[in-house]
Design a protein around this ligand. Structure first.
Ligand code: HEM
Length: 499
């Protein structure tokens, strides 16, 4: 009996001692962790570093960051009206490391050292010169892509409408943007079956891009690498076919421009560079544009008045006539003259900005609102938080395209309040193409489709990896005939007559 109680007492004492030691160890390591970060302060600068939590040793604020909801609840957040919102993440080095691995899945070349203060941890091995991109996304290039984009969208809407079941909009818009990137941007003539197979592999690749960079059997990282290898084989075949078969092309696509630009600069791009380049272009275009397309469809469903106003604008500009898109009316200038459409797309991108922010490494210590941001720190600029807190926007949570309309122009003051495509040297290179695609989609939807939500309520929105509805958004599409009546039989022949 005595022994038994003695055992219990000693077990409790051992447990207490362990707990005390553990707490002490945690407290000491946390202090050391704080000191480790305080030591990164630039001694040549008198200013203090920003206040805030450095989190726990090694893991820092990772979980807090990963589980963030709409606003990033960090004390270390510095939110400055009229400037980017900067966030100090105490796992900077870990994150930086992880992002490098992410980059290595996408492109062989990483970390172009550009910019005065801030260098990108960016994905863009392709960023060999903004000049190439200014050609790829020039006015003439966009004009030549437009009929092809329209065709891809028409085909897709026709398939959606002829499906007797509701469709998963997010999944389908991913397929649509993938198709657009492959067929229009890269000009590959891949048969439908092969395209669908590549799309499946591509999805596997994207699902694993943000996995921990641990190369073990069955790990997400390994699956990502495998998917990339399969993709690259498919892309190599398509590139080779394209290089051999140049006949019948009536426009220069992005890949043609990339190849030509290499030649002009006396450096023919290797097959590896071409594969990396194409994969990167698809990656940049795919998730973001699919996210924005899904948000657009959801907002048109939620706000029938907005859809009707869009139709009115299309009619008033002679684009929509007797329920059809008038032949030849969809030119770049016509689309650019649609002000209400522009406001709708802007508002979708404000409220449902697909990319929440970007990462940068500070190259040179700088001051921000009385604090120093030391050289070497990683910084995240938050697009979502900037949109949420920008004082120029009234009723920020309300979908209101008219805020960008004449008379209000809420975005006119300060270019740092509205940045769905990022900013600075690494601003989105495909923003004009993305906007053109979204506009062409909205025009086609407004002109040739009726669509309704298949669930009782609208789904919740999740923010990771890009903004999208949790159930993908289930919608039933119906084609419209030339009198704006629904096509009931849904046969391909009849739907073909609509578009
Ligand atoms: C609605 C659609 C899109 C959105 C919201 C979007 C947004 C962004 C943002 C915020 C960045 C900067 C990330 C950072 O600061 O690190 C970016 C970069 C980039 N985007 Fe987009 N993007 C879209 C569509 C596209 C499309 C269609 C393409 C081209 C096909 C494209 C090509 C690129 C490239 C190449 C970069 C890297 C630029 C660099 O690192 O220098 N994007 N995008």
């Amino acid at each position: 009996m005595l022994f038994a109680s003695f055992d219990l007492v000693s077990a409790l004492a051992t447990l207490a001692a362990c707990l005390v030691s553990l707490t002490l160890l945690l407290a000491v390591s946390q202090q050391l962790w704080q000191l480790r970060w305080a030591a990164t302060r630039d001694k040549t600068c008198k200013l203090p570093i920003p206040k805030g939590s450095m989190g726990f040793p090694l893991i820092g604020e990772t979980f807090h960051w990963l589980l963030q909801v709409r606003r990033i609840p960090f004390p270390s957040l510095i939110s400055l009206p009229g400037r980017w919102t900067l966030l100090r993440i105490s796992v900077a080095e870990l994150l930086e490391e992880a992002l490098c691995q992410v980059s290595s899945l996408i492109s062989a070349e990483m970390r172009a050292q550009e910019g005065v203060f801030i260098s990108p941890l960016g994905w863009s091995g392709l960023h060999q010169g903004a000049r190439v991109f200014s050609k790829i996304f020039s006015h003439e290039a966009l004009e030549s892509y437009l009929p092809k984009i329209q065709l891809v969208i028409k085909d897709t809407l026709r398939a959606w409408s002829s499906n007797p079941e509701s469709i998963n909009v997010y999944h389908e818009t991913q397929k649509l943007t993938f198709r657009m990137a492959i067929r229009v941007l890269l000009g590959f003539r891949i048969p439908d079956e092969e395209l669908n197979r590549l799309f499946e592999v591509y999805q596997q690749f994207v699902e694993n891009v943000f996995s921990l960079p641990v190369d073990l059997p069955f790990s997400g990282y390994r699956r990502g690498i495998r998917a990339r290898e399969t993709l690259q084989k498919g892309l190599e075949k398509a590139i080779q076919e394209k290089l051999q078969n140049t006949q019948g092309k009536d426009y220069a696509d992005a890949l043609d421009i990339l190849i030509e630009s290499g030649k002009e600069h006396g450096k023919e791009l290797t097959m590896q560079e071409l594969k990396d380049g194409t994969l990167e272009l698809i990656f940049a275009a795919y998730a973001t544009t699919a996210s924005a397309s899904t948000s657009l469809i959801m907002q048109l469903l939620k706000h029938p008045r907005v859809l009707e106003k869009l139709r009115e604008e299309l009619r008033s500009k002679g684009i929509l006539h007797n329920g059809c898109i008038c032949e030849g009316s969809l030119r770049l200038d016509n689309i650019n003259s649609l002000h209400y459409l522009d406001c709708v797309i802007k508002e979708v991108l404000r409220l449902f900005t697909p990319i929440s922010g970007g990462y940068r490494t500070v190259l040179q210590t700088f001051e921000l609102d009385g604090f120093q941001i030391p050289k070497g720190w990683s910084v995240m600029y938050s697009i979502r938080d900037t949109h949420d807190t920008a004082p120029v926007f009234k009723d920020v949570d309300i979908f209101d395209p008219d805020r960008f309309g004449q008379g209000r122009s809420e975005d006119k003051d300060g270019r740092f309040h509205y940045l769905p495509f990022g900013g600075g040297v690494r601003t989105c290179l495909g923003k004009h193409l993305a906007k053109l695609f979204l506009k062409a989609l909205a025009i086609e939807l407004a002109s040739t489709s009726r669509f309704e939500l298949s669930t009782r309520t609208f789904p919740k929105i999740t923010l990771v990896p890009v903004v999208h509805p949790v159930d993908g958004l289930k919608v039933k599409f119906f084609g419209l005939d030339s009198n704006q009546n629904e096509i009931l039989t849904g046969t391909d022949a009849m739907l073909g007559a609509t578009v």
